[in-house]
Design a protein. Sequence first.
Length: 165
Amino acid sequence: MEKVKISVTVNGQTHHSEVEPRLLLVHYLREHLGLTGTHVGCDTSQCGACTVHVDGQAVKSCTMFAVQADGCQITTIEGLAADGKLHPVQEGFWEMHGLQCGFCTPGMIMAVVDLLNQNPNPSEAEIRHALEGNLCRCTGYHNIIKAVQYAAQKMAKAGMTAAAD
Ligand code: FES
Ligand code: FES
């Protein structure tokens, strides 16, 4: 199959690649760029494990072709910590035990950062609604909610926004 040239900025670094038009963005990130923090749980847009930010918005990267990301700015879980310091949402998951096996966690965290960008002080119902597209088979979600609340409070105190892009 003929390859297509794309140019994508991922975690601040621009990559020029040649990819097959059928290559999904999640496979491009994992296999071409080695960014395996973005997980594949289902490949059919059900689980949210593959969530990344495309131009600042949470997107399930198995629902997009790599060629559609041409010219876009992408942030993956690897790009979230700044200067070796965990993002408050990452810290929240750590402090509140918002994970067990960790498989869902990168996608969950990217979805939460997008939520807090849009709504810095969400209610519990708003958190649950925002994370409906992200499945976790381990935690029962309670500690994930606490992790989001932790991050929201921490960012409010510090006068921070969630933006990582
Ligand atoms: S792998 Fe993309 S939603 Fe499950
Ligand atoms: S922590 Fe295991 S799937 Fe969420």
